[in-house]
Ligand binder design. Structure first.
Ligand SMILES: Nc1ncnc2c1ncn2[C@@H]1O[C@H](COP(=O)(O)OP(=O)(O)OP(=O)(O)O)[C@@H](O)[C@H]1O
Ligand SMILES: [Zn+2]
Ligand SMILES: [Zn+2]
Length: 799
């Protein structure tokens, strides 16, 4: 008898040990690791992942059989199964959530499946499956066990393809299409009969010769030079027939002209050589590519990827949240064309599934994507790149709370390939590792063609605001005017981190707060509501103060919309584009804004963090930062690092080509070292200064850290449970471990749950792993009593 080891999905009773189930005869030799199945559990049927199959069982007694298959082929390969094991261990989470994280969103829920016959012969040979149709819906009720076994065999041999139909999530898009109806002699006859000046029809007939009975979308015909008017005429003559065809979703949305590799500059060449060496010799070496903004890091990535492809291997390139990447994606596609697959959060479930399939089937050789793409089912990986490796979007905030960098390194070790971590402002963790020789440091200290880094000046807004009340300092306003006169371009950054627009009564100081959370409500002008960003609570904007009935209840803080109005008032002839969450909600609008700015159809691009990174426009010679320090007030040990990074990145958008760039930074903390060092763009000095701060404060990278968070509807319960956990930790860890807390979190109440946290800082704690594993197991019992516990290994912040 065959036995399957199954990781089951039972909320509040999770465990990392698989359960054994017997494999019923009709599924003998068909159940494989990496498939999802349905199994009985108690008196329910639940989903599970098969992680192993064996021929006997150590379990004495009768095993329950697997009830049914959810997948007809493994959706997770052996590499990813291994990875899940490691990930669960690393992040103190359950294997089931790791496995689910690896699948594209649309596949996590139950979907209809389609069976597609390889060819007509297969279709005819198995009428019990296909009933004469080339494609049928997989309906478990319709097929008995014997037919199911047959389907599984045919799918294994490649005679049947199984596709997940995401109809419920993303309907297939059907578009008008035309199909040729003529054979070659008929085409010849038609050509003789048609008038000489009917150019369109003649052209169409020639196309029919080539495409015969193919069904082509109207858009495809158009690209061949055939108009829909010509097609309609041809339809009347019976040359073509109209029909509908499934439009294959193209997440790139537009074609990209091919590009060629640049001749590398010496520093770039040295970097590419080292990376290529590691690819060729299959070494899982980690490189830190530290290059100032505009030093040509992207070109290094592209040529290294090309090398991996030449050796018949694949490449994975990770980028921060996609808002900043249309330009980068364009550059990759222009080099590698259709071999590129893309995975990011702005794509629909259907698009992501299509791309996932292309990768899984080996059709895509280069994957570009955000954090979750690190789980792309690429085989034979030859190179992994992480652009902007310091970016905070690489850490997942929910279970499993993984750091993409660690997963990338794991996969590199598994595939014997190098990892390239690239940044102008590497995370202190990575740079410290490079100093120790754990990573290989590659540096690009100069901009391409020796272009100078832009000149940066700092404006003290305290003195500025004493003089006048404008968001733009005199110096910044003057500098903008100069650019407008010279017909150059300007980028203005409004730093939104830790900053939002709120309502306040001018008479009594009343600020509307969320009834469920300890936080003030944020003003949303587009919907004209006050929203809570934590629980989703919404209420109308009051016209009188609920506390003192004054009418002087006003809106405070500057949103990008207000900034746009002010800029337009000051420069009535300037063409201004605004990029923020409101203007980029519609699909493709982000690209549209960037294209427009790139084509110099606007003079000023203003926006939030999304404009800070990755943009490469030669005409931009001025960057203004409206409020550099809104992140500095955060009680967060990384706030200086974040501020320095952001200022360096956005400054790097200025003067990237022949024209010299200028940057003007407005701040209330002109003397803060993060701002002073951003002025000289001196990463080395920043690194040295910040390392001292981290050393003195016993912060990473000198200490390892773990954050434990607990929440429940009762503040008393949360606090007392967290005290219990603290005592447990004290008992099991050494005297050297630093245990901070429990303390209420910065925002203690969210959605009427009370949050407390404990921070552990340590250098060496052999008992830590076992202790936290114990807490993880206990957390399931606590959860049933209403307390949620989260363990965050190496948290991004202590807030
Ligand atoms: N070897 C080269 N010769 C000529 N031009 C190059 C070369 N390498 C890169 N470039 C060009 O120089 C510009 C800057 O390069 P790139 O955008 O790759 O830098 P980067 O370091 O990735 O930038 P950032 O980190 O600031 O976004 C680009 O326009 C790029 O096309
Ligand atoms: Zn009031
Ligand atoms: Zn709320």
């Amino acid at each position: 008898m065959q036995v399957a080891q199954v990781i089951v999905d039972v909320p509040t009773r999770q465990t990392n040990s698989p359960f054994s189930y017997s494999i019923p005869d009709h599924l003998a030799n068909q159940v494989q690791p990496g498939m999802r199945v349905q199994v009985p559990f108690g008196n329910r049927k639940i989903t599970g992942f098969v992680v192993g199959v064996s021929n006997s069982s150590s379990f004495n007694g009768k095993l329950k059989p697997i009830s049914d298959l959810i997948d007809l082929y493994p959706v997770v390969d052996s590499e990813l199964l291994n990875l899940a094991e490691w990930l669960a261990d690393q992040t103190y989470s359950f294997k089931i959530s790791c496995l689910q994280t690896m699948l594209p969103g649309g596949m996590r829920t139950k979907n209809q499946k389609k069976l597609i016959a390889k060819n007509q012969q297969v279709c005819n040979q198995y009428p019990e499956i296909f009933q004469g149709q080339p494609e049928v819906e997989y309906d478990r009720q319709k097929f008995n066990n014997q037919v199911l076994a047959e389907i599984l065999k045919l799918q294994k041999s490649g005679d049947i393809k199984v596709e997940y139909d995401l109809t419920h999530h993303a309907r297939p898009i059907m578009r008008k299409a035309y199909q040729g109806q003529l054979n070659q002699p008929q085409i010849n006859d038609a050509l003789k009969s048609v008038r000489k000046n009917a150019v369109g029809q003649i052209q169409l007939l020639h196309m029919l010769r080539k495409y015969q009975n193919d069904i082509l979308l109207v858009s495809k015909w158009a690209s061949l030079g055939i108009t829909s008017a010509t097609l309609k005429t041809a339809e009347k003559k019976g040359w073509v027939a109209s029909t509908l065809k499934r439009h294959v979703r193209n997440p790139f949305m537009r074609d990209v002209a091919p590009s060629h590799p640049f001749k590398l500059q010496p520093d770039q060449q040295t970097a590419v050589d080292s990376i290529e060496q590691a690819i060729t010799h299959q070494k899982d070496q980690v490189f830190l590519l530290e290059g100032v903004t505009g030093s040509g890091k992207t070109e290094v990535y592209l040529q290294s990827i090309a090398h991996a492809l030449e050796l018949g291997r694949t490449a994975l390139m990770l980028v921060p949240e996609i808002t900043l990447t249309p330009q980068i994606v364009g550059r990759i596609r222009s080099r590698f064309g259709d071999q590129v697959a893309m995975l990011h959060s702005a794509m629909s479930a259907g698009e992501r599934y299509d791309e996932w399939q292309r990768i899984n089937q080996g059709k895509a050789k280069v994957v570009v994507g955000v954090r979750s793409a690190v789980f792309a089912p690429l085989k034979n990986v030859g190179l992994i790149i992480m652009d902007e490796e310091h970016d905070s979007s690489y850490k997942q905030a929910d279970n499993p709370r993984y750091q993409t960098r660690d997963v990338a390194k794991w996969r590199a070790a598994y595939n014997n390939c190098p990892v390239v971590l690239g940044s102008a402002t590497p995370s202190l963790e990575s740079r410290a590792r490079a100093m120790k020789g754990v990573y290989t440091l590659l540096r690009l200290p100069h901009r391409i063609n020796q272009h100078a880094l832009p000149h940066v000046s700092i404006i003290d807004m305290k003195t500025e605001l004493a003089k006048h009340h404008s968001a733009l300092s005199t110096k910044l306003a003057d500098a903008i005017q100069v650019r407008l006169d010279k017909h150059e371009q300007v980028i203005l950054l409004l730093n939104r981190r830790g900053y939002s627009a709120f309502l306040m009564c001018r008479d009594c100081g009343y600020v509307p707060r969320c009834p469920n959370c300890d936080i003030s409500l944020t003003m949303h002008k587009d919907t004209h509501t006050l929203n809570c960003h934590y629980c989703g609570h919404k209420e109308p904007v009051p016209t009188v103060c609920p506390q003192c009935h004054s009418k002087r209840i006003r809106f405070y803080g500057m949103g990008s919309e207000q900034l746009e109005e002010q800029v337009k008032d000051m420069f009535p002839f300037a063409r201004v584009l605004r990029m923020d969450v409101d203007t980029t909600r519609k699909k493709g609008s982000h690209e549209a804004i960037i294209d427009q700015f790139g084509a110099h159809k606007a003079d000023i691009l203003l926006g939030t963090q999304m404009i800070a990174k990755g943009l490469d426009f030669p005409e931009v010679t001025l960057v203004g930062v409206l409020n550099a320090d809104s992140a500095l007030q955060f009680p967060d040990f990384r706030s200086s690092e974040r501020t320095f990074e952001l200022l360096t990145q956005v400054s790097g958008r200025s003067g990237r080509a022949d024209k010299t760039g200028e940057v003007i930074i407005q701040t209330f903390n002109p003397d803060h070292y993060a701002i002073q060092l951003a002025k000289t763009q001196d990463y080395e000095k920043f690194y040295a200064t910040e390392m001292r701060v981290r050393h003195d404060g016993k912060y990473p990278p000198y200490y390892y850290t773990v954050k434990l968070t607990g929440n429940s509807p009762s503040e008393n319960q949360t606090a007392s449970e967290m005290f219990g956990i603290m005592n447990f930790l004290k008992k099991h860890l050494s005297k050297k471990a630093i245990i901070l807390g429990p303390t209420p979190k910065t925002i203690t109440r969210i959605n009427n749950h009370y949050y407390y946290q404990i921070i552990i800082k340590y250098r060496k704690e052999p008992q830590l792993k076992a202790t936290l594993d114990n807490i993880l197991v206990q957390s399931q019992k606590k959860q049933r009593q209403g307390l949620q516990i989260a363990i965050d290994n190496e948290p991004l912040d202590f807030m």
